[in-house]
Design a binder for this molecule. Structure first.
Ligand code: URA
Ligand code: SF4
Length: 195
């Protein structure tokens, strides 16, 4: 039998815990939880907000319209999905894609914290206001509105981490706004600088 690496085992365990999770009410209306997907040895982790309709149906992150834009952005900087890891703040879909509630974020983010702690990526790209605020504040930075801080590089350097956080817009915001797509492309170029 192929023995899984320690990191793979830990990430599988988190995925399993998410599958069984009932810590907030979103488990009642989910079709599938979306723990995350990709390479567990990645240098770059992307963090979105929460599953939408397509993600909830398929149990995979960023597979709808926003996912198509994310794929284009990844391609523009030379990444394939299988090389990176994609997670979300919430692992279950809020109905009608409403914003995550504070209590849901509080209930769910220990899973994301464990994913970050286990993989210790060199770069974390946070997509949109919710992911950016959560991750920046977790590491002691002040999170201002995404329009102000997108594309900036926040460096965490301590005993455990040597990691750069790059906040960017949420790809869904670019579905109907080509200007934001250009800004996203520019932000994604910072990933290459930061690796
Ligand atoms: N939007 C997100 O924030 N995450 C997904 O997985 C899909 C769309
Ligand atoms: Fe559990 Fe998170 Fe799903 Fe709520 S959103 S049920 S905390 S996995």
């Amino acid at each position: 039998m192929i023995s899984l690496s320690k990191i793979e085992k830990e990430i599988k365990k988190i995925e399993q815990d998410v599958t069984n999770c009932k810590r907030c009410d979103l488990w009642k209306t989910r079709n599938n939880p979306v723990a995350g997907e990709g390479s567990v040895t990645t240098k770059v982790m992307f963090i979105g907000e929460a599953p939408g309709y397509n993600e909830d149906m398929q149990g995979r992150p960023f597979v709808g319209k926003a996912g198509k834009i994310l794929d284009e952005l990844l391609y523009s900087v030379g990444f394939e999905r299988k090389e990176i890891y994609i997670a979300n703040i919430l692992k279950c879909r809020p109905l009608k894609n409403r914003n995550p509630l504070r209590k849901e974020i509080k209930a769910c983010t220990s899973y994301l914290d464990k994913q970050i702690m286990t993989m210790k990526p060199k770069v974390i790209v946070t997509l949109g206001n919710f992911a950016s605020s959560y991750v920046l504040e977790k590491f002691g930075f002040q999170a201002e509105r995404i329009g102000k801080i997108h594309g900036k590089i926040f460096h965490i350097k301590n005993l455990l981490f040597d990691t750069r956080i790059i906040p960017s817009y949420h790809p869904a915001a670019a579905v109907y706004n080509p200007n934001l797509k250009n800004a996203l492309m520019k932000d994604f170029k910072s990933i290459i600088e930061a690796i």
